[in-house]
Ligand binder design. Sequence first.
Ligand code: GLU
Length: 472
Amino acid sequence: MSVRVRYAPSPTGHLHIGNARTALFNYLFARKHGGSFVVRIEDTDTERNVEGGVESQLKYLKWLGVDWDESINKDGGYGPYRQLERLDIYQQYADMLVEQGLAYKCYCTPEELEAEREEMKARGEDKLHYSRKCLHAPEQDKPYVLRFKVPENEEYTFHDIVKGEVTFRSEDIGDWVMMKNNGIPTYNFACVIDDHLMAITHVLRGEDHITNTPKQLMVYKALGWNAPTFGHMTLIVNDQNKKLSKRDFSILQYIEQYQELGYLPDALFNFISLLGWSPEGEEEILSHDEFIEKFDEARLSKSPAKFDKEKLTYINNRYIKELSIEETVELCMPHLIAEGILDGKDEDWVFSLVSVFKDRMSYGKQIVELYDEFFEQEFTLDQEMTAFLAQEGVNETLLAFKELLIDVDEFTAANIKPLIKQTGKISGAKGKLLYMPLRIATTASMHGPDLPQVLALLGKETVIERLESVIQ
Ligand code: GLU
């Protein structure tokens, strides 16, 4: 039997990093086993669907490099792939279950259900399950939902790829709604019908769905179908080990945000693949194909996946370092243009700017931050820098350097570079006492990229002005 897995987003928003991870692991699993990866749109919660949600999900999956074999735009013979286009299918199975006495019509109104729950609470009951008042109710000319009749004293045990053996007891689950009064199924019911009809062999999804699994298992059993193999991936947590909340703005959670900032899709793919999974061996920087080749579901982590921002930065930086200058310029260009940094600058200037900062970057827009840091900040020295410049002989060093620079016609890094050495010869300063004052007095910083290159980018006028402001 060939492997078939699915990613089943609800189009309630943009592609979230947690969902992207689910998609990615399913994709890797399918590719690893030569199977099929299906994207099914679970849009039955109509009030939560957002306009453009489906397109956005697919667009950013594609951007990440997660491609599918079947979906709404690619029929593989198992469609339709959008749940709202499958309502007659669900109805057919729901009717079957009602006929067999495995599901029933419930006419209770939301108010009645609420009152019932309040009474149960007042009586001190801990399980607020539906009372089954309508289990044997006569046919009525009123709106109704269909409830699944949860079998008594059943145990639902399954072998989870991540968690091992998991058991739920039916007494912990009340009769749940499988079809709403508008003929639209609920998630747990639709999911089973679709997974079965789409011949899904493995369901890999987030741990937040594990309590749904017993409900789904009872539907499989009621319909006489074999259930797929399940794997529930641990949650993604922040550095305080708290589940990622959509309100946590310290972590970018939507793939769209990464794309906008000029992250490289392959780098993000690499980072996400390590959220709750690790390859054998030490190397964590792997190509797309290596991830496919090395993916092993047995290595899905059993503890929560920490979203490590430093690792995100590190991995993305590694990928940028691999780019050519031309590719990096291309990545930075839209951001430089948007910020008006290129006004009055020529191509050479852009290439120098990018080559100076390339190795420090993790994403395209960072060039703007680095540019601001080095070129736009007010030129002010802190105490440590002032103290450094106050050392004996420093003033002479700065003076000598300035005099040499004044005579430079073409203010390029290549022309500036030898002048540093020459300054040393004139003033007698060596090592840190030579380099540091020059850096501080021109950039108001004690570290940074190659000084001649930075000076060339700053331009002669600014550099001389800064030196003069510091020289006593
Ligand atoms: N539509 C569900 C979600 O977005 C899918 C759950 C599943 O994979 O079964 O969470």
